[in-house]
Write a protein that binds this ligand. Structure first.
Ligand SMILES: *Cc1c(COP(=O)(O)O)cnc(C)c1O
Length: 222
């Protein structure tokens, strides 16, 4: 089932967005078993994204096929140490304290960590991230921290049905991304889009989508 889902999904995702940028698919693997994740990788998934440090640690050694590893969930500062050197991209840098800890731990390990700055595009209380009008300030601050490389922006659109509003928000994210790109040639990724809204996000200029349900089926939270 997962194999079929992955093959079908990878067939549906366009190779590039309307800006001519390659689209990266990140499989959101929270609550999935090692077997399920390995099946997805075998079927063509090249990047997997974790939400929970505990799950990441438990499964880390058992993931086959050498996919790239991203961290996409809310990250507590005191758990950064478990991810350092094992994570190709941190999507969810939503506050300065986290950026500072990632920088400190990366210096210690003598590596550079790639990060995205998370923007709370819907101004939702339940979500982390900088406000849209803080993008440049946040970028300037984080960029100056040693051993970090800012690779772009990440956002989660609100769970609403209003397509016009969703497109407006996604387009605002793309404009902020373009603004950063003009400042810095390392800026490469706009991570935006999940199972329910990835098409709209890609149409508006996202080039990195994070999908779970579409690949693995509905998560069982019991
Ligand atoms: C779970 C999750 C996703 C994927 O959600 P689906 O709706 O299952 O595709 C994407 N991004 C983040 C940050 C997530 O936590």
């Amino acid at each position: 089932m997962i194999k079929e889902n992955v093959e079908k999904f990878l067939g549906e995702v366009p190779k590039t967005n309307p800006f001519g940028e390659k689209i990266t698919v990140v499989a959101a693997v929270k609550m999935q078993t090692v077997e399920a994740i390995n099946e997805a990788v075998l079927a063509g998934i090249e990047v997997i994204g974790d939400n929970h440090v505990q799950e990441f640690k438990e499964k880390y050694e058992d993931i086959l096929g050498n996919p790239k590893r991203h961290f996409i969930g809310h990250l507590q500062t005191n758990k950064v140490k478990y991810l350092i050197g094992k994570t190709d991209l941190y999507h969810s840098v939503d506050r300065f304290g986290l950026a500072e800890e990632l920088s400190k731990r990366s210096q210690k390990a003598e590596i550079t960590s790639n990060i995205l700055i998370q923007i709370n595009i819907g101004n939702e209380e339940s979500k982390g991230g900088f406000e849209l009008d803080e993008v440049i300030t946040a970028y300037e601050h984080v960029k100056n921290l040693p051993n970090l490389k800012v690779k772009g922006l990440m956002a989660m659109l609100p769970f609403i049905d209003d397509e016009v509003e969703l497109k407006r928000l996604a387009t605002l994210m793309r404009q902020a991304f373009d603004e950063l790109k003009a400042l810095d040639s390392d800026i490469e990724y706009l991570s935006m889009g999940m199972s329910g809204d990835w098409k709209l996000c890609v149409e508006c200029g996202s080039n990195m989508i994070r999908v779970g349900t579409t690949l693995f089926g509905a998560r069982n939270y019991n």
